[in-house]
Design a protein around this ligand. Structure first.
Ligand SMILES: Cc1ncc(COP(=O)(O)O)c(C=O)c1O
Length: 385
């Protein structure tokens, strides 16, 4: 069951749903945690493993072609050039590349926000011994205010490090506006894109993002431990202290040349041998998303989460997630008055509904292949208590 070409007629939701065998066993509403993979992703990875099983590396030219294809697909998804995409191990590795790669001066600062997932906190916090301050903009009732971010930036701010979508509240940052702010103030814009990329449209060039990272295991519907890293071409050499490996250099196939002239592409950050099976899985996942159409998928996720929120309102739930225009995402976190969230999560799990419990909130995160019936089922079980 191969991925349909993007030029084919769009997949009907019912057809798309059949690509996700998880739907036969679970009401799976937990893409903000770890996604299930689809049949095309599974098959692409299995085919690669079969190749290694039976032929060792004798087909390695074909593997290179698969990696190039994945890079081209990832670039299409992000709106950038293939040469601006690197395949890394996870989001954390990408964020660390930037934090560790930049040349800091004592007194520099990084602006980030309360409520960020720690993957986007510790790399910046760890720069304290170099005299770099981390400023955390307050989160107010599940939202980050543009004004607060703007006011935290001063003449010594080098980086704004934020999530595209906040992992707990689901608040979507206005990346275009923040990118513009960064451009005006000469600040680098670093985006932890994992909670939005794949579900919501993101054009890194249009948004003025300098660096972005996202693992495949959430909204991209790919495997764990295989991530995209975007580095704007003009910023490549800014990461001057980034690690280097044999595959970082221009003549990397000439093993004994020992010429440390770096490749003019983001692939220089891959350092050595690729996680080819992971990249193949990521590539197949991105191709599926592109074939469905990101904007179409975004509208679908909006419709599903709107339905959920209407139902939650009827149940008297307190919803943390902003549903305002431009601020909503695929994440809806809520709690029910008088209901122990931990117990509710256990009941739901027993009823084969997968969602997450985060800091006392129930977090629901449907993707495009989920159905209205599944949302209603969740609401029904919540109502029963
Ligand atoms: C906002 C955010 N960033 C990063 C991660 C995970 O990072 P990594 O891909 O390094 O495991 C998560 C996972 O929950 C997340 O929610």
């Amino acid at each position: 069951m191969s991925t349909p070409e993007p030029s084919d007629r769009p997949l009907a939701w019912s057809e798309a749903r059949r690509l996700f065998p998880v739907t036969e066993r679970w009401t799976y509403l937990d893409h903000a945690a770890v996604c299930p993979i689809s049949t095309p992703v599974y098959e692409a990875m299995a085919e690669h493993l079969q190749d290694v099983l039976t032929d060792g590396d004798t087909n390695s030219a074909r593997w290179d072609a698969k990696v190039s294809r994945a890079r081209a697909s990832a670039a299409r998804l992000l709106g950038c050039r293939p040469a601006e995409v690197a395949f890394l191990k996870n989001t954390s590795e990408g964020l660390n590349l930037v934090a560790r790669g930049l040349a800091w001066r004592p007194g520099d600062n990084v602006v980030s926000a309360q409520g960020e997932f720690p993957a986007n906190v510790y790399p910046w916090m760890s720069l304290a011994p170099q005299g770099v301050q981390l400023r955390m903009v307050p989160e107010r009732e599940g939202r980050l205010r543009y004004r607060d971010i703007r006011d935290a930036i001063d003449s010594r701010t080098r980086v704004l490090a934020l999530s595209f979508v906040e992992f707990l509240s689901g608040f979507r940052n206005d990346v275009a506006r923040l990118g513009e702010l960064c451009r005006k103030r000469g600040v680098l814009f670093v985006l932890d894109a994992i909670q939005g990329l794949g579900a919501l449209r993101l054009d890194v060039v249009e948004a003025g993002v300098d660096f972005a990272a996202a693992d495949a295991h959430k909204w991209l519907l790919g495997p764990e431990g295989s991530a995209l890293f975007y580095c704007r071409r003009e910023r490549l050499d800014l990461l001057e202290s980034a690690p280097v490996g044999w595959a970082s250099v221009r003549g990397f196939r000439d093993y004994l040349a020992y010429d440390l002239t770096l490749r003019p592409e983001a692939a220089r950050f891959e350092l050595g041998t690729a996680n080819t099976v992971g990249v193949v899985g990521l590539g197949a996942a991105v191709e599926l998303l592109l074939s469905v159409g990101i904007e179409r998928m975004e509208r679908r996720i909006k419709a599903l989460t709107d339905r959920l929120c209407r139902g939650l309102e009827r149940l008297g739930a307190e919803v943390l997630s902003s549903r305002r225009r431009g601020e909503w995402s695929g994440i809806v976190s809520f709690r029910l008055p008088g209901v122990d969230a931990k117990q509710a999560a256990q009941v739901l799990r027993r009823r084969r509904i997968a969602l997450s419990l985060r800091s006392g909130w129930l977090r629901v995160s449907p993707h495009f292949y989920n159905s209205e019936e599944e949302i209603d089922r969740l609401l029904e079980v919540l109502k029963e208590g």
